[in-house]
Design a protein around this ligand. Sequence first.
Ligand code: FES
Length: 167
Amino acid sequence: MVEIRMRVNGVMESLDLEPRVSLLDALREHLGLTGTKKGCDQGACGACTVLVDGERINSCLALAVQYDGRAITTIEGVADGEHTHPLQSAFVRHDGFQCGYCTSGQICSAIGMLAEHGAGAPSAVTEHLSADTIELSDAEIRERMSGNLCRCGAYNGIVGAIREVAS
Ligand code: FES
């Protein structure tokens, strides 16, 4: 077993884990943060996307022990405690989901993607995104979100929600 410490959604957590445990399983099974979903478990669907120090990763491909000392944000941590994150609200307005299984990964990925494009410091994942710092076409949004699959095909709503927040 290896002891690691991670700041998860602003809370410092200590975990004793076998080295083979993925970050996804550490979050879901050891910390009870089941908002992050397991789809393919092999890096193909994006359902498991979380933010590490503000950058999006597929947590199923990451070993938890690699992230000792890092700051992890899951879907449970993107709101500010009183209000939903702007992307969460926009997904509701635009019907950016049907079954909802991919939604937490879609939203975490979109937060990371927009941060990559000038929406402020990558670690500021819960800040409202600035309206005048990003210009992305729908095609660019689709390309940059191509790692997140939606089996229901709710892509028009997903792109619409991201466009609203980014423009
Ligand atoms: Fe990680 Fe599909 S569960 S990419």
